[in-house]
Design a protein around this ligand. Structure first.
Ligand code: ZN
Length: 153
């Protein structure tokens, strides 16, 4: 047993990085994102809480499998659209008519919203601490939860 959960403010996490390509549009945006365009999204998922039986938090392969099942397989090469937007839903209808892939969400597909959404989706499967989503190589949104201080351990 090399590492143990500590009651001080140290922390041990593991992270997995995955990449997927997707198209989207931000209706009513004043900048360039009002046009249909794509991103190579880079997603970094950080997981905490040691499993003392294995001296690891999670097998990287297992973490990758979860990220692919929950996010990458669903979003890769898809058109991500806001179901509440008439124009985005119109584009999605054309895409569906041509048997192409889209994912409808009940919110605007900003990096911030997607990071939060991915976090909520992943937390049902792993003990996720943070999700960082790069929309470009230099621009990203991070959704994270602070470590719970104290506890009964
Ligand atoms: Zn964009």
């Amino acid at each position: 047993m090399l590492v143990k959960p500590q009651k001080d403010n140290t922390m041990l996490t593991v992270s997995k990085e995955c990449v997927f390509d997707a198209a989207h549009v931000l209706t009513n945006h004043s900048g360039q994102c009002k046009n249909l365009h794509g991103h190579t999204y880079r997603l970094i998922v950080e997981v905490e809480q040691i499993d003392e039986r294995n001296d690891m938090i999670i097998d990287f392969k297992d973490l990758k499998s979860v990220i692919y099942a929950v996010i990458v397989d669903r979003f890769d090469h898809a058109f991500i659209y806001n179901e509440q937007s008439v124009s985005e839903s119109d584009i999605a209808a054309v895409i569906a008519r041509h048997n192409m892939k889209s994912v409808g969400l009940p919110f605007r597909s900003t990096a911030e919203n997607l990071a939060y959404y991915f976090f909520e989706q992943l937390r049902e499967h792993v003990n996720v601490r943070s999700v960082r989503l790069y929309e470009t190589p230099a621009s990203y949104a991070t959704y994270s939860r602070e470590r719970e201080v104290g506890g009964d351990e």
